[in-house]
Design a protein around this ligand. Structure first.
Ligand code: SF4
Length: 348
């Protein structure tokens, strides 16, 4: 399809890589805050469980969930927020939400406007707000399937930058040591295999003279296999996100740009009205998500996952906003979901 002639991209520079090797494993007794970037997927669940198995003081652990849709439902599973809340409650740790105003959809529809501000929940029950006064820019296209975070803008705009804003925007992190934990695994992509397991977080200001905060970024399961991830879920009897029960191998956005033909065919089958909206934007923009075909063609090439066809009640759960089934089950009867060990698409 034709590229939009009017497309412009006055964007902030990509994240700064801070070449600072601080070893492989942090001292897990030395931090004031242990913050898990928690999507509700198996990898962030495993990172949380690994902290608990490593004896980290539970009262210092928090989950940060970045709501990709920013309370403006469009691209993500409607159940995800409620599932994250259920996991947090089951393990007795607080969950704080953060999001870019208007979420994925508003960012995608930017047309001569700045990117929206970030909103984040704070422990005192109030909301913080940051940004919204950046350079004006125009998207009017879906994020593109590439490792370049400027054109694959969803990861930065709805997750990475949101997490950084929530850390920078809260004075409680000043003068403290914070460990920010994410669940990337090297096995998932060539790009991830090059990540450091421990480095300074991009919000770290330990060498500064004002607003000093020490923030390390740890990827504890970087070298884990998928078997190890499911094994820790089983040890704790943690029921995985409903999308794994539908047959997906990754709990990314429902309509993740990296999704393959079968995932798109599944979404078209279980959520036809939303699929129409998503496909309609491609046609409106004249720019497809995948480089060489529309999502309509992609979905037509695939087949819905058999487990999604066989389990309409799980599809209803995934598309609802209330997680009303057990989040913890007996580890003895815990089973791998149909999406385990499947083919997943790309980084998020
Ligand atoms: S899950 Fe996919 S669509 Fe959603 S933010 Fe990540 S890369 Fe983008």
């Amino acid at each position: 399809m034709e590229q939009l002639a009017l497309f412009s991209f006055p964007e902030p520079p990509p994240p700064i890589e801070i070449p600072y090797d601080i070893g492989e494993k942090p001292d897990l007794t030395s931090y004031d805050y242990y913050i898990v970037a928690f999507s509700g997927g198996k990898d962030s669940c495993s990172a949380l469980l690994h902290l608990l198995e490593s004896g980290v003081d539970r009262s210092r652990i928090e989950l940060f969930h970045h709501d990709v849709d920013g309370r403006n439902p469009f691209f993500d599973w409607p159940i995800t927020t409620s599932y994250c809340e259920a996991v947090a409650k089951a393990f007795g740790v607080p969950l704080y939400m953060s999001w870019r105003e208007g979420g994925f959809l508003r960012e995608m529809l930017r047309n001569g406007t700045p990117t929206a501000p970030v909103i984040f929940e704070k422990p005192d029950g109030t909301l913080g707000k940051a940004g919204g006064d950046g350079p004006i820019g125009t998207r009017l296209r879906y994020p593109q399937v590439t490792a370049n975070l400027q054109t694959r803008y969803c990861s930065a705009a709805t997750k990475i930058d949101v997490g950084a804003a929530a850390l920078r925007g809260q004075d409680r992190f000043l003068g403290k040591r914070t460990l920010f934990i994410t669940g990337e695994r090297a096995q998932e992509s060539a790009a991830r295999s090059r990540y450091a397991s421990l480095e300074r977080h991009r919000s770290d200001t330990r060498d500064g003279t004002r607003r000093v905060r020490h923030i390390d970024h740890w990827r504890p399961i970087l070298q884990w296999s998928e078997q190890e991830v499911w094994a820790i879920m089983q040890r704790h009897g943690l029921n995985p996100h409903p999308c794994y029960w539908l047959g997906l191998s990754r709990a990314s956005c429902a309509f993740c740009i990296f999704g393959g033909a079968d995932q798109w065919a599944t979404l078209k089958h279980i959520w036809p009205e939303r699929f129409e909206i998503v496909a309609g934007y491609e046609e409106q923009f004249g720019v497809t998500i995948k480089r060489n075909m529309s999502v309509r063609d992609l979905a037509a090439k695939g087949k819905p996952y058999p487990s999604a066809l066989a389990s309409p009640e799980i599809a209803r759960l995934a598309l609802s906003e209330t997680y009303n089934v057990p989040v913890l089950v007996d580890p003895q009867s815990w089973m791998h979901p149909p999406g385990a060990f499947g083919e997943g698409g790309g980084p998020t």
